[in-house]
Design a protein. Structure first.
Length: 174
């Protein structure tokens, strides 16, 4: 059973988070191990497994990035970590950001850092704008390979930009 089925939600990249939380709490009460202390060992084990599934599923679906990764993997579009290709044209575009990051690592400069952060945010916003409509109107029953590919590319590019952002936060410009 996939996580969406577990919560009786239609697979989507954007979900009603309030409804997810309501179903999580409902399942938490339903599968809480304390309510099964007098049940058989098999029933206790099954309940503990469902309680664990409830927590794992909620943690995944409540986080938009983890949800996106999960759904792309579920649809068979996203390969295992390290086995996905980032579009080469995007990598060429990122050369400038990577060079600016290298310069900052060699010679810290608060103004250059601010400029790079602005460029990074603009790139993130542009990437999101390219797939926002697909994410908002995604229908698991009618999704095309082209739509899923666009979302996969967005996810991979977003992860790439996140690594640059993490590198920026590690810089100590104080």
């Amino acid at each position: 059973m996939n996580y969406f089925e577990f919560f009786n939600l239609k697979p989507a990249f954007q979900i009603d988070e309030g409804e997810l939380k309501r179903r999580f709490y409902e399942n938490s009460r339903k599968y809480h191990p304390d309510f099964y202390t007098l049940a058989s060992e098999a029933k206790q084990a099954a309940t503990l497994e469902l309680s664990t599934l409830n927590n794992q599923a909620y943690q995944t679906l409540a986080d938009p990035d983890r949800r996106m990764k999960y759904l792309l993997e579920y649809k068979g579009v996203l390969a295992a970590e390290g086995n996905n290709d980032i579009p080469p044209d995007f990598l060429m575009e990122m050369m400038e950001l990577n060079e600016a990051l290298l310069e900052l690592e060699m010679a810290p400069d608060a103004e250059a850092l601010e400029t790079l952060q602005y460029q990074l945010k603009a790139q993130e916003d542009t990437l999101y704008a390219e797939v926002a409509a697909i994410l908002a109107t995604y229908d698991d029953d009618t999704a095309t390979a082209q739509e899923l590919s666009a979302i996969k590319d967005y996810y991979l590019k977003k992860r790439y930009l996140l690594r640059i952002r993490e590198s920026l936060t590690k810089l100590n410009l104080a």
